[in-house]
Ligand binder design. Sequence first.
Ligand SMILES: *Cc1c(COP(=O)(O)O)cnc(C)c1O
Length: 345
Amino acid sequence: MTRVIDLRSDTVSKPTEAMRRAIAAAEVGDDVFGDDPTVNRLEEMAAGLSGKEAALFVASGTMANLVAVMTHVRPGEEILLGDQSHIFNYEVAGAARIALAQPHALRNLPGGGLDVAEVEAAIRPPNLHTPRTTLLCVENTHNRCGGAAIPVSHMDELTALAHRNGLRVHLDGARVFNAGVALGVPVARIARDCDTVSFCFSKGLGCPVGSILCGPAGFIAEARRHRKLLGGGMRQAGFLAAAAIHALEHNIERLAGDHANARRLAEGLRALGPFAPNTPETNIVVADVLEGSLEGWLKSFREAGVLAVAFGPQRLRMVTHINITAGDVEEALRRIERVAAAIPA
Ligand SMILES: *Cc1c(COP(=O)(O)O)cnc(C)c1O
């Protein structure tokens, strides 16, 4: 049996032996009582790294974003966000269903950003009839825009515009450490003028479970109530927090290797002919399928032991992560090359 090379997502990664040891050794307590020393330590570390006062450990990136929106907006207020954003596309409409916010989606630019003039035009002046526009959500790196790392200059432009108009800004930074490594700047700088930022431990950082929401202390206290409301108060969560601490201490710099592997994967795919991949800035390869059906390709890949996902009607996505070596990328390309020798119908 050939080893399966799983490039569906960086969420498929499994904990290393060292991370498993950190989990096993965790000192734990009941986090709903505030008694878990490992969760408390993680929340302090994450607040420090993101340049915020406080942080809240949550079960997932989806929960982090939902709790953020619930805490930022009152029912009936409007949030501005990208039409390619994760919050708008992949969170089961939680912002609308649970936070009771009205999402107003604006065109994402190819690099994952937003057109400043379009954001400005979407901010509603006070009027009896209109919803109040109170929150702008930004995503960095941008998943559907091929893992694009949004430069600090554009982040600053958006946050300044939002704040000038009385909006707050939430950064969905599920992969913000990938952005930091790609841009060569600390995460605290990327998120500097964002009111809140969330990020995932369960993706490039290689943890089994967990995300975190960072922001002002008063905001996080209120967010903690919302996490409880959603059933997200966890007890001996220190086992998960220990993995996250281990990741923050060991798995950030290595993301540069994932980015190099993604670039090599895209380059190899391009050379084969039937695929038009992006030039990855981080760990996400998206490729348009120029010949043959997407489903046909995905099936042939799978039969050859390479897993990818559909990412649009004629587009696939592959993501590098901690369990994928440079050698695995070469092996995946060899397998795909064999498949491409006979283009699937
Ligand atoms: C994965 C992801 C999320 C959600 O994270 P889950 O842990 O899967 O709920 C949010 N935003 C972005 C940009 C993501 O890529």
